[in-house]
Write a protein that binds this ligand. Structure first.
Ligand code: FDM
Length: 213
């Protein structure tokens, strides 16, 4: 029995992550594939609203408390993700547990502690990491207004993403982590994204695995 593919797009701010996720979604639809677009944080749920207020600096929370809320926000949708995949729906997801670790660990929380609450979430089949240097991101108009959109933070986040990717690719099972140079033209990046995703969207008979289990 074939199931849908679970593809996560991760990246730094200004890497074109949201544009590329949307472009991949459109491409899937064009070739007649059923796909669902997800984004974390999902700011529409009750937990998501708390996260939104925090990110917009309308509320303050302990670093560990907000970390757990980000994770809970994924757990809220975990069973739905699994159900959709089993029904043959491809899931494209803009950010996932990897952002959770990268952002919280860059604030100084221990890496293993940050990873723990996301252990056992449905694992993606593929993570496409859109990599951009802080210098290039700055050329694209700098960062926005939200809490984490600062150059120093983004530099640390980039290092932690690198560690996560290296560790994932050493593991024999689980998601494959691919780094894509996102400092190029949007079309060139989209071609690379498609090249990596294309093989997966025919469906896979592999069972759904769990993150870091
Ligand atoms: N972020 C996102 C986290 O700190 N932890 C998480 O688990 C996730 C999913 O939230 F700065 C951060 C990353 C970013 C912010 O993301 C909001 P978007 O993609 O800009 O909405």
């Amino acid at each position: 029995m074939s199931r849908g593919a679970f593809i996560v797009i991760e990246g730094l701010d200004r890497s074109g992550k949201t544009t590329q996720t949307a472009a991949l979604y459109e491409q899937l639809k064009e070739v007649g594939k059923v796909a669902k677009l997800l984004k974390f944080p999902d700011r529409t749920t009750a937990i998501g609203k708390m996260i939104d207020a925090y990110l917009r600096s309308q509320s303050d929370l302990d670093d560990r408390a907000i970390h757990l809320l980000f994770s809970a926000n994924r757990w809220e949708l975990a069973s739905e993700i699994e159900k959709d995949l089993k029904e043959g729906i491809n899931i494209l997801c803009d950010r996932y547990a990897f952002s959770g670790i990268a952002f919280s660990a860059s604030k100084g929380l221990p890496y293993e502690w940050c990873r723990a609450p996301d252990i056992s979430l449905p694992s993606p089949d593929l993570v496409l990491f859109l990599d951009i240097s802080p210098e290039k991101a700055k050329e694209r108009g700098g960062y926005g207004e939200e809490r984490y959109e600062k150059e120093e933070m983004q530099k640390k986040v980039r290092e932690i993403f690198k560690r996560i990717g290296e560790e994932m690719n050493v593991a024999t099972a689980g998601a494959k982590w691919v780094v894509i140079d996102a400092g190029r033209d949007c079309e060139d990046v989209a071609k690379d994204v498609w090249a990596h995703a294309e093989g997966l969207i025919e469906g896979t008979s592999q069972p759904i695995t769990r993150l870091w289990d």
